[in-house]
Structures are given as structure tokens and as C-alpha cells.
Design a protein around this ligand. Structure first.
Ligand SMILES: CC(C)(COP(=O)(O)OP(=O)(O)OC[C@H]1O[C@@H](n2cnc3c(N)ncnc32)[C@H](O)[C@@H]1OP(=O)(O)O)[C@@H](O)C(=O)NCCC(=O)NCCS
Length: 191
């Protein structure tokens, strides 16, 4: 029997700028994740220049907070918390977890679970009561992850996405942050 090495998962909030090496690694991880079944909008990788512009844009949009997940120090995935627009007073209680992905080489180590937890913790810390998300019905891994994390499915859109010339359904979820206590752990090594 071979012994499994302990992998280290760390999650951080990106600041307003990414170091060039981190931007490069984030683009690599996203490219790879898109090729391996994506999940965050793109069906094929958009080319490096556009991808870099995308991430730089994320960093300067005030409503977006980017969380980066590392496995053994290498950027392996990310997720974003999107706050409601300032004019949206009626929905100022709710924010959204979006564009989550983990590169396939890093999957199965708890990176997505820890990213989800980090987004949830920040949503609570910012005073939001509800965390929303949506996911393609074909993303079974993500569906398992979010249902295990206590998200409630409240609806399914039959024409949520359009992939390979066909409509793909998508599920909509929410989590009531006022009902569940924060269960966050500090950066840890176990999945
Ligand atoms: C879904 C995804 C984010 C999971 O990332 P990951 O880092 O491997 O997930 P974790 O290791 O944190 O696992 C979290 C849970 O999900 C489960 N899981 C992960 N991938 C799974 C899969 N393909 N099928 C079933 N369950 C899966 C794990 O077993 C674990 O469950 P547990 O808590 O009951 O043990 C990743 O596979 C991915 O990026 N997929 C494509 C894009 C996508 O679906 N994005 C999210 C929607 S926008």
C-alpha cells in the first residue's frame, strides 16, 4: 500500500493587483479547467490576452471579490463573491457565489470546498443574509459540493445554457446564512 502525501490547501482573497506569476498561474488553471469541462462561462479557452484582461477586470470591479485557491502553493482554482449593485436596495441582503472552478490536476483535495467556505465566511462577515449561486445541471461535482455545503435548490431553468447546439438546464440555489453557524477552519492541510 502506498502512503498518500498530505496536500496543503490555502485560500486567499486577491487584492487589487495580482503578481505577474500569479496572473499567469491563474490563467493556466482557468485554461485547463475550461478544457476539462469548464463551468465558468467559457466553453473553449479565450486566448491568453483576453483571459488576462478578464482577470484584471475582475480585480477592479468593486462589487467583485476574487478568492484564489492554492494546492501546495500553486494556484489551482478560484471563486468570486459578487455583491449586489448599490442601487439594488431591495436585494441588498443577498450576494452571489459565481465563476468557481478548480483545475482538474488539483481536484479531489478540498480546494472547491474551501473556496466555497471562504466565500460564505466573507458573505457573513459583510453582513449578507443570503448567498445565491447557479450551476449547469451537467456539473454533477459542483451540485454535490453545493448540496453538501447546505445550499437549497429552489428552481431549474431548462434553457440555462447553450452547449454544442443544445440547451442545457441549470439549477438555482441559495443558502440562508442566518440559519447556519460559520464552520470555517483556518488554512489547513486536509481535504
Ligand atoms: C466541481 C469542482 C469545483 C470540484 O472541485 P474539487 O476541488 O475537486 O472539490 P473538492 O475536493 O473540494 O470536493 C468537494 C466535494 O465535492 C465532491 N466532488 C467533487 N467532484 C465531484 C464529482 N465530479 N462528482 C461527484 N462529487 C464530486 C467531493 O467528493 C467532495 O464531496 P464530500 O464533501 O462529500 O467529500 C471541480 O470539479 C470543477 O471545477 N468542475 C468544473 C467546473 C464547475 O463545475 N464549477 C462549478 C460550477 S460554476
Amino acid at each position: 500500500m502506498t502512503e498518500q502525501a498530505t496536500r496543503t490547501v490555502t485560500i486567499e482573497q486577491a487584492g487589487e493587483k495580482l503578481r505577474p506569476a500569479d496572473l499567469h498561474d491563474l490563467c493556466d488553471a482557468a485554461d485547463e479547467a475550461i478544457r476539462a469541462g469548464g463551468g465558468f462561462g467559457w466553453l473553449t479557452p479565450p486566448g491568453r490576452e483576453l483571459m488576462e484582461r478578464y482577470w484584471r477586470g475582475v480585480l477592479i470591479v468593486p462589487e467583485r471579490i476574487l478568492f484564489i485557491g492554492r494546492l501546495d502553493g500553486v494556484i489551482a482554482g478560484s471563486a468570486q463573491l459578487v455583491r449586489p449593485a448599490r442601487n439594488n436596495e431591495a436585494q441588498s441582503h443577498a450576494c452571489t457565489l459565481t465563476t468557481a472552478f478548480v483545475a482538474s490536476w488539483a481536484r479531489g483535495n478540498g480546494v472547491a470546498r474551501r473556496l466555497t467556505q471562504a466565500v460564505e465566511d466573507e458573505a457573513r462577515a459583510l453582513g449578507y443574509r443570503i448567498l445565491n449561486l447557479d450551476v449547469r445541471a451537467t456539473q454533477t461535482g459542483a451540485i454535490h459540493l453545493y448540496e453538501r455545503a447546505g445550499f437549497t435548490r429552489w428552481g431549474t431553468h431548462p434553457h440555462y445554457a447553450w452547449v454544442d447546439g443544445r440547451p442545457v438546464a441549470g439549477h438555482y440555489y441559495y443558502k440562508d446564512l442566518t440559519l447556519s453557524p460559520p464552520a470555517s477552519q483556518p488554512n489547513e492541510s486536509q481535504p
